[in-house]
Design a protein around this ligand. Structure first.
Ligand code: GAL
Length: 377
């Protein structure tokens, strides 16, 4: 089944890298339930690279879980995750080795898909390292998709080829439910800003069935773990999360949810932002007012129930006194006699009614998000 809304969950890579284990996954599953993340919609728990032994089993040719990290095998971990009401995600690669140099699925697609189905996987992230030059990328994603479909289990294919080889033009035809469109994120403002800006022209490819994946969130990592860089302030994490929500892309948490702090938990379960992300109609966001270098754009997105989401951004390094946009830019000319009644998505508070235009000062790296209804002026 292809996803109708952007998938949500947690992935081990950002914080844990190779330091994954049976205990760490079980504790994460517990935390996702206890902290209300599962009930907020974060249902996939995905184990990324470095989960297997370095070589396939010499007799069966199967990939085998690392017995030191996962002494009870993967099925036991998967069963535990399922008992918690979560879905279980695995990782492999279209090439001969994974990016961290474990066995990849090239030429073993059907065997591996069967193995993942035996584990009880519901999701497969499929990377692109060590792909033989002569192999066509779109064929490799079609092959694994075919293998998953004949595995006897409904497994969401999460492609990860970093936006290479014109992936936008063919990924939807492979049967993937989401696809990474950028290189790897690190925990810094510059990293998520550049990833976001690189995707402005690709948002038209983001739609039900196959979502444009801008990578796992670094929100709340606080510069600890595998992709630590400069770290972000609370304000910057808020901007990152708001951008991912507003643009309707998958929300995969990358912080250690076992020790998630209250500010982060409140942010990632913010009902107004999640409502925008998970809106039933999944329409694309568009630029409602364009700044010269896209750093201080205003974006809009039509939601179901005749609501409109509006996002003001200041992704520059300087305060911006007046991020401006005319309501006409979203189709409300002054002579229509209409106004927008606003709810502030960070607080849920009524933010009043505006006519003709909006003007908002924003600190460097800040943003503001509103859900609006059209009312009589
Ligand atoms: C990269 C991928 C990352 C992570 C890593 C594992 O190619 O983009 O998200 O999966 O491989 O080695």
């Amino acid at each position: 089944m292809l996803p109708k809304k952007p998938p949500m969950g947690f992935n081990t890579w950002n914080t844990f890298g190779p330091d994954i284990s049976d205990a760490m996954i079980r504790e994460t599953a517990d935390a996702m339930v206890e902290k209300g993340l599962r009930d907020a919609g974060y249902t996939y728990l995905v184990i990324d690279d470095c989960w297997s032994k370095r070589q396939r089993d010499p007799v069966t040719d199967k990939i085998v879980a690392d017995p030191e990290k996962f002494p009870q095998g993967m099925k036991a971990v998967s069963d535990y995750v399922h008992e918690k009401g979560l879905k279980f995600g695995m990782y492999s690669c279209a090439g001969v080795r994974t990016c961290a140099n474990y066995p990849g699925s090239y030429d073993h697609e059907f065997l591996d898909a069967k193995t993942f189905a035996e584990y009880g996987a519901d999701f497969l992230k499929y990377d692109y390292c060590y792909k033989p030059d002569y192999a066509d990328g779109s064929l490799l994603y079609r092959r694994i998709s075919m293998a998953l479909q004949s595995s006897g289990r409904d497994i969401l294919l999460s492609a990860c080829n970093w936006g290479c080889d014109d992936v936008y033009s063919w990924i939807r035809s492979t049967g993937a439910g989401m696809y990474r469109s950028t290189g790897d994120i690190t925990d810094s403002f510059g990293s998520f800003r550049d990833i976001f800006l690189s995707q402005l022209d690709n948002m038209k490819y983001n739609a039900p069935g196959c979502f444009n994946d801008m990578d796992m969130l670094t929100v709340g990592m606080r510069n600890r773990g595998n992709v630590a860089a400069k770290g972000c302030s609370d304000l910057e994490y808020r901007t990152e999360f708001a951008l991912w929500c507003f643009f309707g892309v998958p929300l995969m948490l990358g912080c250690d949810v076992r020790s998630i702090d209250d500010t982060t938990l409140k942010l990632v379960t913010n009902p107004w932002l999640l409502r925008i992300n998970q809106d039933a109609e999944c329409r694309s966001a568009f630029i409602a007012h364009k700044d010269r270098d896209n750093l201080c754009n205003v974006y809009a997105r039509l939601l179901s129930n005749n609501e409109i989401a509006i996002m003001f951004t200041n992704l520059s390094d300087h305060p911006h006194g007046e991020v401006w946009f005319p309501l006409d830019a979203i189709g409300i000319p002054p002579e229509a006699g209409k106004a927008l009644q606003l709810t502030n998505c960070f607080t849920g508070e009524d933010a009043g009614t505006v006519k003709e235009y909006m003007l908002l000062p924003l600190e460097a790296h800040d943003c503001a998000v509103f859900i609006a209804k059209v009312v009589d002026a």
